[in-house]
Design a protein around this ligand. Sequence first.
Ligand code: SF4
Ligand code: ZN
Length: 293
Amino acid sequence: MRRCQICRKKAEVKLKSYGIYLCNECYTSFFERRIEESIRRYKIIRRGERILIAISGGKDSVALASVLKVLSNIFELEVQALYINLGIGDYSKKAEAKSREVCRKLQIPLNVVKLGDYGFTIQDVDIKKVCSVCGNAKRYIMNRFARENGFNAIATGHNVEDILVNFFKNWLSGNKQWTEKQSPRTEGFDKMVTRIRPLFLRTEQETNLYVKIKDLPTLAEKCPNTKTDRWRGIIDEIEAKIPGFKQNFVRNLFTEGYQEEMKYGYCSRCGEMTVSKICQFCRNAERYGKQKI
Ligand code: SF4
Ligand code: ZN
């Protein structure tokens, strides 16, 4: 019988990339400690910050909420969550219900904003553009809500696979500004609120295991617009041949530290920050909306 390498009880979890065996109980604290370590090493969070967690009901955001709640004592944080109802039919209703359930269980105050209150929903958008319009709407609402309600940082559940997929896509298209959008902590400026990604070194498998062992409510169903990304398969294949590849690669990305600055101005319609005259969100709202903001 394999034994847990921390407490010597029966091992239930094998972590291939670390080459270790753990019992369920030690695994949850191992996962939380790894995130605490990342927070300290990469200075992701400052003591006493008010953090707004972007919650979707999916496993990554639920794990993020749970870990930040645990670490809120250590770093003296105030944590709240924000769920954005994008109006994607039944899926959005179920995701909102799951977010409410998990926040109740974790005792995290939950805020809910409806995209429909801005005059359009994701169901109004052409299918080809749906994910880019949706991503833009989430970033816009999250930033505006966090700033208007005095939060110091927005925490998102991006995991190591998300960072790698983004890296490869941007790298191939010659976009060097990807680091600015993906680093563990992107400092806010002017109207932009700081972004933090505490799970940036955690794999999807580690996160899934954590929510399962902790018995946290999560939405198994994916958004009907989800597309499978071929980069995911490629990255998983490399990891199978070189255990630890994902984490080592991403860790090294953020020691390079090459970041190019973007030039921001203000949207002539809503006053939020943008690199163009009218921000992408206002252009989407005008195109898909029925009413003015
Ligand atoms: Fe939005 Fe769904 Fe696309 Fe995700 S998959 S960006 S939730 S439309
Ligand atoms: Zn605007």
